[in-house]
Design a protein around this ligand. Structure first.
Ligand code: HEM
Length: 199
């Protein structure tokens, strides 16, 4: 019985929820204790955006990792990490709009229409909405093949998020290069079936 439970991937689904919450707890802890540096607001906005992008890449890693490592539970975790990614991206937006712009309509309109890096981030965030709203099993069943097509939007959101990160980064291009490399490997893996017969 114990062995059966160990091999049931669904038994481990719940772990993805606390795991996804850990960075948020850390970011908030750092912000509240002053450990995030001289500008805690900018650090908070950046950290939330950083984790949103990391989780986006983590989500895309789940399927290949499940295959390569033979751990089916990873595919089940993908949905939870996807929702966490949306939560981090939304908190990133909310922190920016609240703590930096104070919901000033004029500043919001200017930023969202005149700054290309904000437009790229906002476009990525808007594309995440239909994915989050249709992430339930019920939606997946209801939409069938259309669900799969819809969720390919992630491959449009990803380059937009990468462009956004490239524009805003201040610590050199090393991180951008790391994000780009991981994204290129994941997209390459995804597209391999189109070019390699039998994959
Ligand atoms: C309406 C949506 C968004 C707005 C308004 C926004 C705005 C911002 C701002 C103001 C910064 C900080 C720039 C600075 O320090 O000068 C930032 C950084 C960042 N954002 Fe966004 N963003 C949005 C969506 C997203 C999304 C959807 C992602 C990823 C999925 C993302 C990922 C990042 C990353 C990775 C950083 C840089 C973090 C770092 O280098 O430490 N953002 N964003």
């Amino acid at each position: 019985m114990a062995a059966g439970r160990t091999h049931n991937p669904k038994a481990w689904t719940w772990i993805a929820w606390p795991l996804g919450a850990l960075p948020l707890a850390w970011v908030l802890y750092e912000g509240l204790t002053g450990a995030s540096g001289p500008d805690p607001v900018a650090a908070l906005v950046n950290a939330l955006g950083w984790w949103a992008l990391v989780l986006l890449l983590v989500c895309l890693t789940m399927r290949p990792a499940a295959r390569v490592l033979d751990i089916p539970a990873l595919v089940i975790w993908r949905r939870t990490f996807g929702l966490w990614m949306f939560i981090y991206a939304s908190l990133h937006f909310l922190a920016w709009a609240t703590l930096i712009l104070g919901w000033d309509p004029g500043r919001l309109a200017t930023e969202l229409s005149k700054r290309p890096y904000i437009i790229a981030g906002a476009a990525a965030w808007l594309l995440l909405w239909p994915l989050a709203l249709t992430s339930t099993r019920k939606s997946r069943r209801r939409l069938g093949k259309r669900w799969v097509k819809l969720h390919r939007l992630i491959f449009v959101a990803l380059p937009l998020a990468l462009i956004h990160q490239f524009w805003v980064q201040k610590s050199g291009f090393g991180e951008t290069l790391a994000f780009l490399t991981v994204a290129a490997i994941l997209i390459g893996y995804r597209l391999r079936g189109r070019f390699l017969p039998g994959k």
